[in-house]
Design a protein around this ligand. Structure first.
Ligand code: 5AD
Ligand code: SF4
Length: 449
């Protein structure tokens, strides 16, 4: 009988990619994925440590896993529990000490060891944590992935050497590492051959990618994207996340010259105050950031810009926060993610004396999110009446409805038969909210006019 695995993925897109690779590796050994934890022989959670809330969620999930494991044991069924991801890297063996039902813990650089750990697991020899920094192996020892839909993630770079003072990533994902151009091109081809129309290149600092080219010399991201654009079947290329001042002129030109490179950039500013940016150890000030946005908009006037924000960083005053609001008004972001500052163990900012009270953080977050949502709605409303090419990626919530993405990464709903999934279809935009667009087939609306 085939064994079943249930995977709960928390956190960022890199974790989604990692979970897919782990599931693919287990599938090669005969494991099938289930969405029902009660029927799983292996319960897995891929964890995130970026904010305190994310780390807390892991232990409540493990509590639920423990109950399932006990209920299955009463029926004579054995269950393995495995924890993967950044919490393991950060806490090490403490995960096993804190959550007694966990059998295996693997750090984000060691997941290529998971199949062996699962296969060889033996209740007598005991529970195990593997959390070494061995990224080279991790990426390239697993079989090439298959695409599980028409859009796929592809990690090209991992780790970070920036050490922003609030961030755990350099400690959990290690130092910056780039995969070779050939490895990326091969993986992209494998994804395209198995149905991917769009790939999202992933890296904590994706613009720093400098993998070895087939000629042995380091390539930069723009050259890699140029080559990826030559792959038949791949229609859309995206990348994330960009560190604002690491974007090269070549990348800006790529946005102008490569039609398959989508007009969207995630460009986290974090704060609109130079003083806060300095305390955060970000390597730019507001005017340098705005200059990058200007250059991008000059090269590609319709480019959609999104950002991350942290409110209530230690020492952030009302005046600093006002400056963040002013930048938001100036840039007019198409989409954004905003968070209350969360002190993380081992980071310099967590030791700063001037922590901002929780109530102030909550209030600032509310003000910022209200503004960001209003701008996002205004951005989306501009598209009503226009026609956009939409990649139809999944079934919608309503019956007969499909969901997809515009070039600007707006979520679009339309009523179309399900055999259109995976197609890029011209849609006439009929309505907009802050979070999505509604549409009808452009052929239908042109018949009506
Ligand atoms: N507190 C709040 N937000 C954080 N981020 C990273 N670390 C923290 C933290 N300690 C946010 C940043 C980053 C995004 C992925 O998460 O905005 O860009
Ligand atoms: Fe964290 Fe800063 Fe690196 Fe982004 S650039 S992963 S925020 S340390």
């Amino acid at each position: 009988m085939t064994k079943k695995v249930f995977m709960n993925t928390m956190g960022c897109q890199m974790n989604v990619y990692d979970s897919t690779r782990m599931l693919d590796a287990l599938a090669a050994l005969g494991w099938t994925e289930t969405q029902t934890p009660e029927e799983a022989d292996l319960l897995m959670v891929n964890t995130c440590y970026i904010r305190e809330k994310a780390a807390d969620k892991v232990f409540s999930c493990l509590g639920r896993f423990q109950e399932i494991k006990q209920a299955r044991a009463r029926k004579g069924q054995d269950t393995l529990i495995a924890v993967a991801g950044c919490v393991v890297q950060a806490l090490g063996d403490a995960v096993l000490k804190k959550a007694h039902s966990v059998d295996i813990a693997v750090g984000p650089q060691s997941y290529h060891k998971l199949p062996e750990l699962v296969t060889r697991f033996n209740r007598k020899t005991g529970r195990k944590t593997v959390a070494e920094f061995t990224s080279v192996e991790k990426f390239d020892t697993l079989a090439p992935p298959v695409s599980h839909g028409c859009t796929a993630f592809l990690a090209i770079q991992e780790g970070c050497d920036n050490f922003c003072s609030y961030c755990v990533v350099p400690y959990t994902r290690g130092c910056e590492y780039s995969r070779s151009a050939q490895a990326v091109l091969d993986e992209a081809r494998a994804l395209a051959d198995t149905g991917a129309k769009e790939i999202m290149l992933l890296g904590q600092n994706v613009d720093c990618w400098h993998g070895a080219g087939p000629d042995g010399k380091p390539w930069h991201l723009a050259r890699l994207i140029e080559r990826l654009a030559e792959i038949d079947g791949l229609q859309r290329i995206r990348y994330t996340t960009s560190y604002p001042v690491d974007i090269t002129d070549d990348m800006i030109a790529a946005h102008r010259d490569i039609p398959k490179l989508m007009p969207y950039i995630h460009l986290p500013i974090q704060s609109g105050s130079d003083a806060v940016l300095k305390a955060m150890n970000r390597r730019y000030n507001v005017s340098q950031y705005l200059a990058v946005v200007d250059k991008l908009r000059t090269a590609r006037p319709d480019i959609a810009v999104s950002s991350d924000f942290i409110v209530g960083f230690p020492g952030e005053t009302d005046a600093d926060f006002e400056q963040t609001l002013a930048v938001v008004d100036q840039v007019r972001y198409a989409q954004s993610y905003s968070f209350k500052y969360s002190p993380r163990p081992g980071t310099p900012a967590s030791l700063m004396k001037n922590q901002v009270p929780e109530a102030v953080k909550a209030e600032r977050l509310c003000v910022l999110q209200t503004k960001l949502l209003a701008l996002q709605k205004a951005y989306n409303l501009r598209f009503v009446g226009q026609t956009l090419p939409v990649l139809l990626t999944e079934h919608g919530k309503e019956k007969g409805q499909l969901n997809g993405y515009s070039p600007y990464l707006q979520n679009v709903h339309v009523c179309l038969p399900e055999n259109r999934l995976g197609d890029i279809v011209d849609l006439h935009i009929t309505g907009a909210t802050a979070s999505s667009l509604s549409a009808e087939p452009a052929s239908l609306s042109s018949k009506r006019n």
